[in-house]
Design a protein around this ligand. Structure first.
Ligand code: SF4
Length: 317
């Protein structure tokens, strides 16, 4: 290819997808061009379900590493590709297996529920996985009185604790994107747009959640803007989701919630944004980098994910 612009890459990607029976799964936090070439765009839960249910030979994951690992765990027979292995997650990295194991030992007799945003060695230590779309329902599906450990996100953990009233010990981890939103800047925006609804992700800090009109997972926020009759929203999550909100309702206004440092652009997830159209093309062409997981570890990590999938299916989530 001589002229390397996105249009060339996109037509090559489409050709390669067809020839290789490949699908591209993209997370809502990917850039607009990537969301537009994907076969399926969704949040962690929907992408996990899609990874398990499609008939492709190759799954190219436009997202971060823990998501691609989850796809591989659910579809071990498929080749799962991640265009950039440096696409990690600050939240996953805030929970190291050695420390989390100690935390479990210090709090014996508790069911270990972890958010899907973890590295595989944390999944191995878990009883059930959840996503922000099903976290409350997963916790509520456990027998009343069952004691729980939740990790790694402290904000999501405290949100679930308040919602369910269950006995939950919460790990002290955070996502650098959702911790960054400025309450002061959000309230200033609200003054300028009094008609706007503030909608935020449960990974946001408590003061941000308190002023919110609606709290939900990324896909719940999207659904809310589709059904709600307001015309302006201040959106407290990674701004990549706004692309799907605009596609669904182009006449509404979506204002990204500002970060504490207005110069850093840090309400964008720099890990998610490592994936580019060019990297997707090269990855599909060369069929690497590929997610490879030791079979024993894969099987151990699969159990808590399957428990989540079964509970989600039973509850119709
Ligand atoms: S937005 Fe936060 S939780 Fe999601 S991938 Fe980026 S760092 Fe991880």
């Amino acid at each position: 290819m001589t002229k390397k612009d996105n249009t060339d890459y996109i037509s090559e990607i489409n050709r390669l997808k067809k020839n290789k029976n490949a699908v591209i799964l993209a997370h809502y936090y990917q850039t607009e061009d990537i969301q537009d070439i994907a076969d399926f765009v969704g949040d962690s839960l929907a992408l996990s379900q899609k990874a398990a249910s499609n008939n492709a030979d190759i799954v190219l994951f436009a997202g971060v590493k823990f998501m691609a690992e989850t796809a591989k765990i659910l579809s071990p027979e498929k080749k799962v590709l991640l265009p950039d292995m440096n696409a990690g997650c600050s939240l996953a990295d805030s929970c190291k297996a050695e420390d989390f194991k100690k935390f479990i030992e210090e709090n014996p007799g508790r069911t270990v529920v972890t958010y899907v945003n973890t590295n595989i060695d944390i999944k191995v230590l878990s009883d059930i996985i959840c996503t922000s779309s099903n976290a409350v329902e997963i916790i509520e599906s456990l027998p009343a009185g069952e004691k729980i450990i939740f990790g790694p996100d402290r904000n999501l953990g405290n949100y679930i604790l308040n919602k369910t009233g269950r006995d939950i010990k919460v790990w002290n981890g955070t996502c650098h994107v959702h911790e960054e939103f400025s309450l002061e800047a959000i309230l200033k925006l609200k003054k300028e747009h009094p008609e706007a609804k503030i909608i935020v992700h449960p990974e946001c800090e408590l003061p941000i959640r308190i002023v919110a009109d609606f709290i939900g997972s990324t896909s719940a926020l999207l659904q809310f803007t589709k059904k709600d009759d307001s015309v302006t929203y201040i959106v407290g999550t990674e701004p990549g989701i706004i692309h799907q909100m605009r596609k669904a309702n182009p006449l509404k206004e979506y204002i990204p919630a500002p970060p504490k440092d207005s110069t850093c652009g840090c309400s964008e997830c720099n890990f998610m944004k490592l994936i580019t159209i060019e990297k997707i093309f090269k990855c599909l062409r060369d069929e690497k980098p590929e997610i490879l997981i030791d079979t024993e570890i894969l099987n151990k990590a699969r159990r808590p994910i399957m428990r989540m999938m079964e509970i989600s299916e039973k509850l119709g989530l």
